[in-house]
Design a protein around this ligand. Sequence first.
Ligand SMILES: [Zn+2]
Length: 434
Amino acid sequence: MDRVLQDRRRLGHLEIGATELAIRDAMHRVGRGLLEQLLNADHGGHCGQRVACRNGHQAEFIDYRTKHVQTILGAAQVRRAYYHCMECEEGERGVIPKDQELDMVGTSFSPGMRRLMARVGAQEPFDAARQDLAELAGVVVPTKAVERISEAVGTATEAADQAARAGILAGQGLPVAGAARLYVALDGTGVPAVPRETEGRTGKAADGKAKTREAKLGCVFTQTGCDEEGWPIRDPESTTYVGAIETAEEFGSRLYTEAVRRGLKRATTVLVLGDGAPWIWNLAEALFPGAVHIVDLYHAREHLAAVGRLAFGSGSETGKAWVAARRDELDDGDVEVVIAAIRTLPSNDPKVQDELRKEAEYFETNKLRMCYKHFRARGFFVGSGVIEAGCKTVIGQRLKQSGMRWTVAGANAVIALRCRLLGTRWEELWRSAA
Ligand SMILES: [Zn+2]
């Protein structure tokens, strides 16, 4: 192709790109004017000489005050009637009905702006989020504001979820049609924390001190059928997540409520999937006693591989053959045979003996959760891949990037946002806010 023509085309792209951005800015200016008119179309929210304050006193109208509000279309000025309550504590005496009406109490960011900030803040590090806001939406805000607003929206989301729990447990707003199979999967993953959040906790680091806090994540999904080969298929868009850095007990109530919200009471079969961690099965026994409990097949296989390494050394052919045979037995549901085989492995090293005993116990404790042949015949999922992927996407990709150190409150706010975002419940969050 003609070189000059090529150059001209490239130039054309550049000019059009700049023009597009200029037009967007111009449209924002026009839009901001319209929005400002709309925001000021009332009488500043004036509702008589007196209004009730939040404590039920009578607050007196003083004057009109203007607030600069950062909106998606730029800074807008909003005129609001200001009332003063003499009976309230100092610092809490101002009453502005219009701020309440516009959902802008104590903030100068509009609801639309907060939605954008929370979304990008949930997706990426706050400074990258600020840059994307400028590039994609043409709005310029400080990094700290993205952080503050993201955390505030996440905290509010968590508070709203908590408030909704009693209603859910009482049967409000539950799905009418029951799913055939409802799965509950749970797992834990470490989130790097600031030193004051890990004080006095022991961890895996060389100095024995904890550097992370465990976030617990749960997901609920449904399965209606299997493919032609009999492998289970997860219902599209059926996965929702809940999670936080909290005790197993607190997490249990969170997870149970989510399962109820998703139709626990109406499901034909309920299944719980997890690795072998004791807290997982303690919760499962307490919360879902009638469910089918399944230990992730791949974790069970990893334990077999570990036994092979312990007893035969890594890379040993005899070891590999031993592991392969046990794997077949495990697939066939012969857990007792596997346990017996581990128990008869010879070793002169007391440390190895101890490790082998622990491995045998792992299979013994979980044997009813390892009936893989039976599970497969019924077309159940036997792997906890969904929740492990969830730990990576919901938690890892945003909270475990290099150099990050979180407070528990900050991490939990972002986790709350990401559970909504990745569990297809983002839109619902803003509908309920409205
Ligand atoms: Zn008052």
